[in-house]
Design a protein. Structure first.
Ligand SMILES: C[S@@+](CC[C@H](N)C(=O)[O-])C[C@H]1O[C@@H](n2cnc3c(N)ncnc32)[C@H](O)[C@@H]1O
Length: 265
């Protein structure tokens, strides 16, 4: 599952160490992901003292992307970014005495999952793209050495693979909530489209199988499925959402199954 194959083979990626000290670890990533350790490529997966990062090569390319739960935007949101009042928290059903067990089946860079883990939700994350899963794994590992962030990432358990298959074959306790944020097919190149999304699109594509993902999520979640969409975008084809919460840029479509209640006692 770690190797780039199928559709993903369209983008060429090489692995490189940013300093000689990281050469061995970079070679290990190259072997694990079956990527070349050098040569002509459109993207580079680079390893250096800030961890693993992915960068598009070429003059017009946006800067590198890495997963950083300790510093930067994600850390800022952890420190100053509100609590249970955040729309994503309301969408998954966080309320006094309720911290749902959530499966984030489209983990990406783990930002939404981190927000929910920081509010106390036990999170399982699934990511199918080997490069994005590699960035996420590296970010989670680095976060474990920060005393403030370690307890949050301890609540985040990463699985690699296609969430449709993993949800259909789920063993054990099902999650109360399944959270979905598939790539949405829009071609906007403006600055408002985040650097990460511009970087991801040629690698990941448009997640055209979102309807099957929604169907599998609805079959598995015991209490609700939540889908994040751009505010004006249509819902995922298939089942109709029960209601939606709208923010400035995003909307959360909610597919309720059973109400989430505080635990008795
Ligand atoms: C828009 S990004 C998610 C961003 C994420 N919510 C965050 O906060 O960083 C969508 C991600 O879902 C992944 N994805 C889409 N469909 C998937 C599936 N069926 N199984 C696993 N991962 C999937 C894509 O590879 C991509 O990384």
């Amino acid at each position: 599952m770690d190797a780039l194959d199928g559709n993903w083979a369209k983008a060429t990626v090489r692995v490189e160490a940013l300093e000689p000290a990281f050469a061995t670890a970079a070679a290990a990533w190259a072997e694990r992901l079956q990527l070349p350790p050098g040569g002509e490529a459109e993207f580079a997966l680079q390893l250096g003292c800030d961890g693993l990062q992915l960068v598009e090569l070429g003059p017009q390319a946006p800067g590198p992307v890495r997963v950083d739960f300790v510093e930067g935007a994600v850390a800022h949101r952890r420190l100053f970014g509100g609590g249970n009042g955040q729309m994503i928290a309301k969408a998954v059903g966080v309320q006094p005495g309720v911290r749902p067990v959530v499966l984030d089946a489209t983990a990406g860079l783990g930002r939404d999952a981190f927000v929910l883990a920081r509010l106390g939700c036990a999170m399982t994350l699934i990511e199918r793209h080997p490069l994005i899963a590699a960035l996420l794994e590296d970010g989670l590992l680095r976060a474990q050495i920060d005393p403030d962030v370690a307890p949050i990432v301890a609540q985040m358990h990463l699985l690699r693979g296609n969430a449709i298959d993993l949800m259909r074959a789920w063993q054990g306790e099902p999650p109360q909530v399944v959270y979905l944020d598939p790539m949405f097919p829009h071609r906007d190149k403006s600055a408002s489209v985040k650097k990460e999304m511009r970087l991801f699109r040629p690698l990941v594509g448009d997640d055209d199988d979102a309807p099957a993902l929604l169907e599998a999520a609805l079959a598995l979640a015991t209490h609700r499925v939540v889908v994040k969409r751009p505010r004006k975008a249509p819902g995922i084809a298939g089942a109709q959402a029960g209601y939606a919460l709208e923010g400035n840029a995003s909307r959360f479509d909610i597919y309720p199954k059973k109400s989430l209640k505080p635990k008795a006692g």
